[in-house]
Design a protein around this ligand. Sequence first.
Ligand SMILES: *[C@@H]1O[C@H](CO)[C@@H](O)[C@H](O)[C@H]1NC(C)=O
Ligand SMILES: *[C@@H]1O[C@H](CO)[C@@H](O)[C@H](O)[C@H]1NC(C)=O
Length: 655
Amino acid sequence: MARALTLLLAALAAAAAQDDDFGFHISDAEYYTMPKLFALDEYRGCVARGLGYCVGSFDLSPRGAEAAQMFQLMQRYSANWVDRFNHMRLHRGVCLARRCPRPPAAGGRLEDWFADCVNATTMADYNMSATLTTLEYCRGGEGAGDEGGAGEEHRAPLGASERAAAALAAALLALAAVSTTLDLTLPDHNRKGMQWALSWSVVGCWRALLATPPVSKESDLRMFDGVRVICMFCVIIEHVCWLATLSYSSDPRYTEEKRRETDVMLMTNSTLVVQIFFMMSTFLLAHKLLRARRRAALPLWGTFSQTMLNRIIRISPTYWAVVWFAASWWARLGSGPLWTPLVGAEAAVCRHKWWTHLLYLNNVVYPDDKCLIQTWYLAADMQVYVLCLALTLVLTRGSWGPRRALPLLAGCLALSLAVLAALAYAWRLVPTFVMHRPECIRRAYHGEASFNVLYQSPLGNVPGALAGLVLAHTHHLLLDRGFKAEEHPWFRWSSLAAFPLAVLWAALSPRLLGAGPPPRAAAAALAVLERPVFALGMGVAMLGALHGVRSPWRSGLSWAGWAPLARLSFAALLLHMPINKSVVASRLQPKQLDRFTAVFEWCGVAAISYLAAVPLALLVEIPAQRLHAALTRARAAPRVQPETNNNTVEKTPHT
Ligand SMILES: *[C@@H]1O[C@H](CO)[C@@H](O)[C@H](O)[C@H]1NC(C)=O
Ligand SMILES: *[C@@H]1O[C@H](CO)[C@@H](O)[C@H](O)[C@H]1NC(C)=O
C-alpha cells in the first residue's frame, strides 16, 4: 500500500513537472492573423427590419500560394486537437442585407445569400474559400416571415403538450393550496387517516425539507449530505465552462492556452465526482440491506421490488416533470441569435426521445442525441442500481457474510475493468480530459465513442458502483470484527491521505499522457483506470471517516446545514443545465470565458438552481414521496394509524 502510494506520488510529481511542448506554438500576433473563429452580427435589429439573419458553420480552403501558407499555419496549430479548436472551421451569425448585396444568382434563398456572403468576406480578407457545412437557421428575410425551416418556436401557437404541462402546473398549485389550508385548519383528531390529503401541504413539505436527519450510532452517515452538495457544486462549475465552450466564444485563445493549467484540468476532470454519486448510491443500498439482514433474513423478490419501487417513486416525478418542461415550454422562454441552435435544438431532441427518459434508457437509446445531457447519470444509475441490488441480495442469502462476499465483488470489479480495457483499446477510447476537448464539446459528444461506451453507459460506471458495494461490505466486515481505527495508525494515515491524493489524481492524471494527442495504449489505460483510481481514493477516505477518523473535511462535511441542501441537490441537478443554457443561449454576442467569469457564473448558476429547486421540491418531489408514504402506511396498517409528524421524508440516497 505504502509503496503503491509512493509510486503514484512520484508519477504525479513527474507529470506535474512536465512541460507542454506538443507541436507548435505561435505568438499572439500570429494567432490573431488567423480568421476569427466566432462572430455574431447584431440580431434583434436585423430580424426586426427584415434584413435576413443566418447562423451556420463554414469550412475554409486556401486559394493561391499566400493563402496556402496561412492555411498551413492554421492546420499545424489545430493539429493538437486535444487542446485546440479546429481553426479551419468558422462559425458565423450574419445579418445579410447589412453585409452583402443580394447576389443575383441566389434566387431569393437566404441560405444561398448567406453562403455567398461569408465566402465573399473570407475571399476578400484571406483569399480563402468558405463552404457552408452546417446551417443552423435563416430567418427574418424581407416579407418572407420565417425561412429555412427553423422558425422561432415561441411564435407558434401552443400545442397539446404545452397546454397539458401548464394545466399540470396549475393543478399542482391548486393541490398545494388546498392541502396547505387543510394542514393549517384541520384539528388534530381529524388528521388521522387523512395523511394522504395533507401530502401536498407546503408547510409540511417545508418542515420535511428542513428536518434534521437521524443519526445512527454505529455508522455516522451525516457527511454524505455534505459530499452530495460539494459534488453537485463541482458538477455545476464544470458545466458552466462546458456550456461556454459549446456556445460561441469571444476569445477561444484563452480556452486553448489555459486548458493545461492545473486548476483548469481539475475543473475539467471534476466530472469524475459522478463516481462518488455512484459509490454513495450503491454503498447506501448495500449498507441498508446488510443492516436489515442483521435482524432478519430478507425476502428476495419482496425486497427487490420494494426497493426498486421506492427508488422510482423518489426520482421519477421530478425527473419527468423537468423533461416535460424541456420538451414543451423551454424553447419558448427566450430568444437570441444562438437560442435556436442551443435551446431549440435540444428541446427538439427532448420531444423526440422523451419516452427513453421515462424508461431510464436515454443513455443507451439514441445515445448521440442529448436531451438534458446530465440525465445520462439518472439512467445509468438506475441501470447499475438494479444490477447491484440483485447482486447484493444474492450475496446476503444463506451464510454468505461480508467476508466471503468481498472476494467475489473484487472479482466482478476486476472482470468489468478487463472488459472495459479491451473495449478501450479496440475502439481507441480516450480519458475524460481528452474527451472534453473543444471541438467534441461543440458537437455535444455526438458520435464520440468514449462518451457513449465509457462515460454514459452502464458498463463504464459499473466499477464505481461495485466500489460502493465493496465499501459497504468492508464497512460491515470491520463492524463485525469490532475494528477500532485508533489502534491502527496506518489505517488512519492512509484514509487521511486518500482524499487529497484523489483530488491530485483528478487534477494531474491528464499529464500522464503528455501533451497533444495521446498514444493509443496510454489513453486506453488512463480511460479505464481514472475512474476506479479516483473511486478508490474517495472510498478509502470514506471508510476512514465512517470509522471515526477525524479530519477537517469530515467535520466540514458533517455540518447539519448541508442536509436541506442535499435534499435539494437532485432538483438542482435537473435544473442547473436548462437554467445555465438559457442564460448562455440568450446572449447577443459571443460568450467570454475566463476565470473571473467562470467563478461568478458558477456562484450565480448554483444559487439560482438551488433556489429554483425549492418550489420543485415542495410541489413535486417531497409531496409525491409523502403521498407514497401515507398510502403505504394506510395499506400496511388500515386500523392503527402510526403517529406521524410528517418529518421523515426518506433521505434521498442519490445525488
Ligand atoms: C489574394 O491573392 C491575390 C492574387 O493572388 C493578391 O493580389 C491579393 O493581395 C490576395 N489578397 C489577400 C487578402 O491576401
Ligand atoms: C467563393 O468565391 C470564389 C470567388 O470569389 C469562388 O471561386 C469559390 O468557388 C467560392 N466558394 C464557394 C464554396 O462557393
